[in-house]
Design a protein around this ligand. Structure first.
Ligand code: NAD
Length: 284
């Protein structure tokens, strides 16, 4: 048991990746606080864990509301007496071209993905600093590391999560708190079902070096590693769990012909907005 008696808050764990992290942590002995804006899902996820002999509390929390975040910390301390681990997993996606993104959409995506992470991390870290130990894991995305189409708000917010992770890691490591991030590639969840078009889905299956979507447990395993003592010398790291997406760079197969600089007056186009070869799709 790698997290025996550790107290872990996992935001957005009423469903999807967060729920899987909660179930895995509980199976490793952790006492779990499920914090989700969807009260029914939070209650159900907690019941699933207690039903198999684990300890879990489902709380309705909107992570963008500072008062609710403070109440989350207080309730955690009241119920469990301490806080060892925070996983900032709650997030929302958006697939919208830059020119069409409204201010309202921008603010909602940045507020939930980035500001919510800041609020929860700051509140948790203040408590962890008092005890001189703790682990914080932020869930970012490969979308925060490259300029994919349709990811103006989401990608910018996740890039912010990555930078925030690194600043927190530098400031908090001397106080005994380790802060790292996970950047998942595509994972089949309600969120990706809403934001990935058919073309995106097809391209991921065809183009990822590991030719499939990631599974919930594969992301949860990375979170477990970063939450456990096994990652004791790791700080400010962004762990890509992405089927090789980042390593692959431009998503062309080895047998694709690259445009050549030859007699034609066309300049060589290798930028990410270069048109893919005929019959090949680019990942939006
Ligand atoms: N699914 C993917 O392909 C993928 C890829 C990269 C990164 N991610 C990231 O992983 C995390 C989990 O994604 P998922 O696919 O499981 O999504 P999901 O939509 O299935 O789950 C997200 C959860 O967050 C909760 N939530 C949303 N707003 C909230 C708020 N204001 N306060 C509290 N809870 C809130 C939702 O109720 C939901 O339970 C997100 O941060 C997401 O951006 C997902």
């Amino acid at each position: 048991m790698r997290l025996m008696k550790k107290v872990a808050i996992i935001t957005g764990s009423g469903r999807g990746i967060g729920r899987e992290i909660a179930i895995l942590f509980a199976s490793e002995g952790a006492r779990i606080v499920i914090a989700d804006v969807n009260a029914e899902n939070a209650r159900r996820a907690a019941a699933d864990i207690t039903g198999t002999g684990g300890e879990a509390y489902g709380l309705e929390v909107d992570i963008t509301d500072p008062a609710q975040v403070e109440s989350l910390m207080q309730q955690t301390l009241n119920k469990c007496g301490r806080l060892d681990i925070l996983v900032n997993n709650a997030g929302v996606g958006l697939n919208k071209p830059f020119l069409d993104t409204s201010l309202e959409e921008w603010e909602r995506v940045v507020r939930i993905n980035l500001t919510g992470t800041f609020l929860c991390a700051q509140s948790a870290a203040r408590e962890m600093v008092r005890r001189g130990s703790g682990k914080i894991i932020n869930v970012a995305s490969i979308s925060g590391q490259r300029g994919g189409q349709g990811r103006a708000a989401y990608g910018a917010a996740k890039a912010g999560v990555i930078l925030l992770t690194q600043v927190m890691a530098v400031e908090l490591a001397p106080k005994g708190i380790s802060v790292n991030a996970i950047a998942p590639g595509p994972v089949d969840t309600d969120q990706s079902r809403e934001t990935h078009t058919e073309a995106t889905r097809h391209a991921y299956h065809e183009r990822l070096p590991i030719k499939r979507y990631g599974e919930l447990r594969e992301i949860a395993n990375a979170a477990l590693f970063l939450a456990s003592d096994e990652s004791s010398f790791i700080a400010g790291h962004v762990l890509n769990v992405d089927g090789g997406f980042r390593a692959a760079g431009l998503m062309f197969d080895a047998d694709d012909e690259l445009p050549r600089r030859d007699q034609s007056s066309e300049p060589l186009r290798l930028a990410s907005n270069a048109a893919p070869p005929a019959g090949k799709r680019r990942i939006p």
